[in-house]
Ligand binder design. Structure first.
Ligand SMILES: NC(=O)c1ccc[n+]([C@@H]2O[C@H](COP(=O)([O-])OP(=O)(O)OC[C@H]3O[C@@H](n4cnc5c(N)ncnc54)[C@H](O)[C@@H]3O)[C@@H](O)[C@H]2O)c1
Length: 261
């Protein structure tokens, strides 16, 4: 048993999940880094004084067993970030391998449900808590990601259904929807010539890609007492992507003002 409050982060071995694990540890949580990549999760857990566990979020029995084990080994878990996710190639519908389609829905939607079910139910039956489900701005705007976008939109809907399910039991459920965030998977796509990182800033009002720590900060807030009246929302952390609208047809987003002497 630990005297620290316990938080679980899925997908904590890399990218946004890793940044969330680091931020929550800095906030004082004992963080359980759960990931399909155990060795990488161990490295992160070692750096933040947390615990690493191997988990495939698509495996219902394993997800339930992890929750059961943590409750008895460490004590009640009162925060959970469902961040594990996979991307997809942007093939046209007739070219999209249905095995890829199924895997994306399995990890990005069903896996989020299984994570929330295992941890949220135990919180609701016990001392309460808070969950953050990681969605994406691909839930709100059209992209050529015909499995990923709908899976992330399903996570937005799930955030509302579970918030209503557990609200009276002291469990808050919120979502965070990132836009272009510079993580390992995106950098790998850039190295392989699939993404041009220089285009990222063009769509975002902040003029640059988002850093993983800038997603972890609002996740930390939504799990904190400061967000005690917030549940059922999905917060876009998008650098202004959703507000950039149709400015391209009016000459584009305004450049910065010239410095005044
Ligand atoms: N990077 C972005 O621009 C961006 C934008 C919007 C949303 N997101 C979402 O943020 C989350 C994290 O993305 P990221 O960019 O940090 O990716 P990433 O690939 O760097 O990290 C994803 C992590 O999830 C783990 N994972 C994958 N499948 C798993 C499974 N079945 N069970 C357990 N762990 C599994 C991976 O091992 C990895 O550690 C994802 O849900 C992603 O969809 C990312």
């Amino acid at each position: 048993m630990t005297h620290q409050r316990i938080a679980v982060v899925t997908g904590a071995a890399s990218g946004i999940g890793k940044a969330c694990a680091e931020r929550l540890a800095a906030d004082g949580w004992h963080v359980v880094c759960a990931d399909i990549q155990l060795e990488a999760a161990r490295v992160v857990a070692g750096q933040i004084g947390g615990t690493a566990r191997q988990l495939d979020v698509t495996d219902e029995a394993a997800t339930e067993a992890l929750a059961e084990d943590l409750w008895s080994a460490l004590g009640p878990v009162s925060a959970c970030v469902a961040c594990a996710g996979v991307l997809q190639p942007w093939d046209r519908p007739h070219e999209l391998d249905m095995k890829v389609f199924d895997r994306v829905l399995d990890v990005d939607f069903r896996g989020v449900f299984l994570t929330a079910k295992a941890f949220g139910t135990r919180m609701a039956q016990g001392d309460g808590g808070a969950l953050v489900l990681i969605s994406s701005c691909a839930a709100f705007r059209s992209t050529p990601l015909h499995a990923y976008g709908p899976a992330k939109a399903a996570v937005v809907a799930l955030t509302e259904t579970l918030a209503a399910e557990w609200g009276r039991s002291g469990v808050r459920v919120n979502g965070v929807a990132p836009a272009y965030t510079l993580t390992e998977v995106i950098e790998k796509q850039a190295r392989e010539g699939m993404r041009d990182l220089s285009t990222f800033g063009a769509d975002l009002l902040i003029g640059r890609a988002i850093r993983p720590a800038e997603i972890a900060a609002p996740v930390s807030f939504l799990l904190s007492g400061g967000a005690s009246a917030i549940t059922g929302i999905t917060l876009p952390v998008d650098g202004g992507l959703l507000a950039s609208g149709v400015w391209a047809s009016y000459g584009g987003i305004r450049p910065a003002y010239a410095p005044v002497d």
